[in-house]
Design a protein around this ligand. Structure first.
Ligand code: IPM
Ligand code: MG
Length: 351
């Protein structure tokens, strides 16, 4: 089994190191392919996603990704900025389905930004489209006829793109509680009207799943009012980006949320995918050794599940994290004082 490891910027290397300790403790024969991504890759190779990184990515069964983002690089032209590494990998590797589970761990109801009785009911999965929308449409800067500077980003989805993510949503719902909520803005956007039409058409193949629709503004409201109502949420790239950060605060900390980005390519053991914590590079705490590695360890569990076909090991890793939390292990993000390596130790002990 080959895993490409791209630690990236900021706290990426710290949290990835702890996830690798967990991986090494598992009874698996794995070879690691290392690669640079993001600001560090720009500094070393002149590009946020160097060719050799892409080669390693294509050779692997799965990618464990840390984070990208570096204030030093914010002045660069957009195609050279660190974020282009993750966007480039998603696009080049056709990783169109982003699964972002959000569940409140037992004992953490009080760390949520919501009232504990509301937070305790959260157990949802956001299925975010990852290859289209305003992220990848035509974009640029131009001058209006009146000579004003104008920025633009085109939002579009074709029906094939909507259908494949709708299928991912329905299939995820079948494996969970059988409910899918499609989030759009069909009252205003043509892109969303097509989205809704195609999701309804696709539903014909999944009569066992209960389908509902919600406008994105209402979804943002419902996510704090009554998040327990959601099972699987399927949505576009931009709406999914925003709602998944919101969901993380409902859960208690962005330091706990894992993600899996999957495409269609099958490997010997499962589906090829990229796995990353959703928190990003957190430059304010980078290098201090205080980041919470749990989201990355939980991303490793998703990697074991989807790309390596190791459901049992995935659950072992998840249980070890849950046990550490239940035993009161807390990083600074949860108001505790365990540092990155101590949290890694705590997970390993329970594993
Ligand atoms: C995420 C991040 C990325 C995104 C950034 C880093 C480009 O916010 O994975 O949610 O917007 O998709
Ligand atoms: Mg985001």
């Amino acid at each position: 089994m080959k895993i490409a490891v791209f630690p990236g910027d900021g706290i990426g290397p710290e949290v990835t190191a702890q996830a690798l300790r967990v991986l090494e403790a598992l009874p698996l024969k794995v070879s690691l392919l290392e690669g640079d991504v993001g600001g560090i890759a720009y500094k070393r190779h002149g590009h946020p996603l160097p060719e050799e990184t892409l080669v390693a990515a294509r050779e692997a069964d799965a990618i464990l990704f840390g984070a990208v983002g570096d204030f030093d690089c914010d002045h660069l032209e957009r195609h050279l900025r660190p974020e282009q590494a993750i966007l480039g990998l998603r696009r080049e590797l056709n990783l169109f389905a982003n699964l972002r589970p959000a569940k409140v761990f037992e004992g953490l109801e009080h760390t949520s930004a919501l009232k504990p009785e509301i937070a305790g009911a959260i157990d949802l999965l956001i299925v975010r489209e990852l290859n289209g929308d305003v992220y990848f449409g035509e974009k640029g800067m131009r001058k209006t006829d009146a000579g004003l500077r104008e920025g633009y980003d085109i939002m579009s989805y074709d029906e094939g793109e909507v259908r494949r993510i709708a299928i991912a949503g329905f299939e995820a719902a079948q494996k969970r509680r059988g409910r899918l909520c499609s989030v759009d803005k069909a009252n205003v956007l043509e892109t969303s009207q097509l989205w809704r039409d195609v999701v309804i058409e696709t539903h014909a193949d999944y009569p066992d799943v209960e389908l509902t629709h919600m406008y994105v503004d209402n979804a943002a409201m419902q996510l704090v009012k009554n998040p327990g109502q959601f099972d699987v949420v399927v949505t576009g790239n931009l709406f999914g980006d925003i709602l998944s950060d919101q969901a993380s605060m409902c859960v208690g900390s962005i330091g706990l949320l894992a993600s899996a980005s999957l495409g269609e390519r099958k490997t010997e053991y499962g589906t090829f995918g990229l796995y990353e914590p959703i928190h990003g590079s957190a430059p304010d705490i980078a290098g201090k050794g205080i980041a919470n590695p749990m989201a990355t360890v939980l991303s490793l569990a998703e990697l074991l599940r989807h790309s390596l076909g190791q459901e049992e090991l995935a659950q072992r890793v998840e249980n070890a994290v849950a046990k550490a939390l239940a035993d009161g292990i807390r990083g600074g993000d949860l108001g505790g004082d365990s540092n990155c390596a101590e949290i890694g130790d705590a997970i390993l002990t329970r594993l």
